[in-house]
Design a protein around this ligand. Structure first.
Ligand SMILES: *[C@@H]1O[C@H](CO)[C@@H](O)[C@H](O)[C@H]1NC(C)=O
Ligand SMILES: *[C@@H]1O[C@H](CO)[C@@H](O)[C@H](O)[C@H]1NC(C)=O
Ligand SMILES: *[C@@H]1O[C@H](CO)[C@@H](O)[C@H](O)[C@H]1NC(C)=O
Ligand SMILES: *[C@@H]1O[C@H](CO)[C@@H](O)[C@H](O)[C@H]1NC(C)=O
Ligand SMILES: *[C@@H]1O[C@H](CO)[C@@H](O)[C@H](O)[C@H]1NC(C)=O
Length: 207
């Protein structure tokens, strides 16, 4: 199976303002101030890994099921005291069926069959992509991003099932260079099956 043949048909991103975000993901209460929460709710997630920060607190939480391929993650982002949460927050709906735009990222490695980034820091974006190119193992990639960036941010790597028509990611994002970065990337390895990751890095408030 190759990503390009099977699922590069259509990609839709909706950017709208998100009106508040309550609810809970694990120990994270998304109504806790300041209102700088980001979250992702997804179906079609085969595996995931985190690095950089523990997930047992109340500012970075994950909740997932390997049986039904659902996954949720929440980040209480540290915007440096500037309470612009509602103004910079964007809601992004990744319809997993990807478009012909192909590689929209800063790294032009020919093994990248699809890439879409919400990451204003090009240096950081490139480091994330270099880590993704190294392995089809989510835990390796998460650790490698932490090791190469040396950031004390929360890092999540999700492996997305590009064969499942029900795969869907709802993710909110801040377009703030020093607090958030995400990269959605499909890779054709030299050997083995193609793989698709949603990778997110956020500078979070400490418990
Ligand atoms: C994503 O959001 C849409 C619209 O609110 C909703 O219908 C859908 O169930 C959500 N998907 C997931 C995986 O949470
Ligand atoms: C989370 O786990 C770490 C390491 O196991 C521990 O040191 C820390 O106290 C825990 N934090 C909470 C909020 O439970
Ligand atoms: C890749 O990007 C670099 C730097 O932007 C550029 O010099 C190079 O020509 C590009 N390679 C290809 C194959 O597009
Ligand atoms: C994800 O689910 C939580 C809990 O229901 C909700 O508060 C949050 O708004 C959702 N996030 C997105 C991006 O849809
Ligand atoms: C961009 O990311 C790099 C790598 O983490 C970092 O050294 C640099 O300071 C960042 N720049 C900004 C503007 O945040």
């Amino acid at each position: 199976m190759t990503i390009s043949a099977i699922f590069l048909t259509n990609f839709v991103v909706f950017l709208v303002f998100l009106n508040g975000s309550d609810g809970n993901i694990g120990n994270c209460d998304l109504s806790t101030p300041p209102p700088s929460w980001l979250s992702t709710n997804a179906t079609g997630i085969l595996d995931w890994a985190t690095a950089g920060q523990p997930t047992n607190g109340s500012n970075f939480c994950v909740q997932g099921s390997h049986d039904d391929h659902t996954f949720h993650v929440a980040y209480h982002i540290d915007l440096g005291g500037i309470d612009t949460g509602e103004e910079v927050k964007k809601y992004v709906d990744h319809d997993y069926r990807l478009g012909s735009s192909q590689n929209g990222c800063v790294n032009n490695n020919t093994r990248i069959v699809y890439c879409f980034a919400l990451c204003l820091n090009d240096t950081l974006q490139n480091m994330v992509i270099e880590s993704a190119l190294k392995s089809n193992q989510v835990s390796f990639v998460a650790q490698d991003i932490q090791k190469t960036t040396q950031l004390d941010w929360a890092i999540t790597v999700m492996q997305v099932d590009y064969n499942d028509p029900n795969t869907h990611l709802n993710a909110s994002a801040f377009l703030v260079a020093d607090a958030y970065c995400s990269v959605y990337i499909g890779i054709k390895p030299k050997l083995g099956f193609d793989y698709l990751y949603e990778i997110q890095l956020g500078k979070i408030l400490k418990d």
